[in-house]
Design a protein around this ligand. Structure first.
Ligand SMILES: [Zn+2]
Length: 104
């Protein structure tokens, strides 16, 4: 005799995964360097702390953040375009040394 469990359907894990609703779309951010839109998970968040630009890979800092490809080229582009003070609503120039160090 086979025991029956009424109302229960046992799907194999693969089917469960397939049936589950698709995840909500990943947030998209624009890189302040090259202005390309990318998934937030592929970008580095940076914040301004007292005039210093600080990488925030764990996204713990409160307040405004700017998003950047973890790429020196994008960092240089952003510097040249003065994108950080603009994106972060900072009054003056921001020291990007920490982000440079982070990316190298
Ligand atoms: Zn970029």
């Amino acid at each position: 005799m086979v025991a029956r469990r009424r109302g229960t359907v046992y799907a194999c894990p693969d089917q469960v995964r397939r049936c589950r609703r698709e995840r909500p779309a990943e947030p998209v951010r624009t890189c302040v360097g090259c202005r390309t839109r990318a998934a937030a998970s592929g970008l580095l968040r940076v914040v301004a702390v007292e005039g210093i630009l600080v990488p925030d890979p764990r996204r713990r800092y409160p307040g405004r953040g700017a998003w950047l490809h973890p790429d020196l080229g994008c960092l240089r582009l952003a510097e040249r375009r003065r994108a950080f003070p603009r994106a972060l609503r900072a009054a003056g120039a921001l020291d990007t040394a920490e982000v440079h160090a982070f990316l190298t």
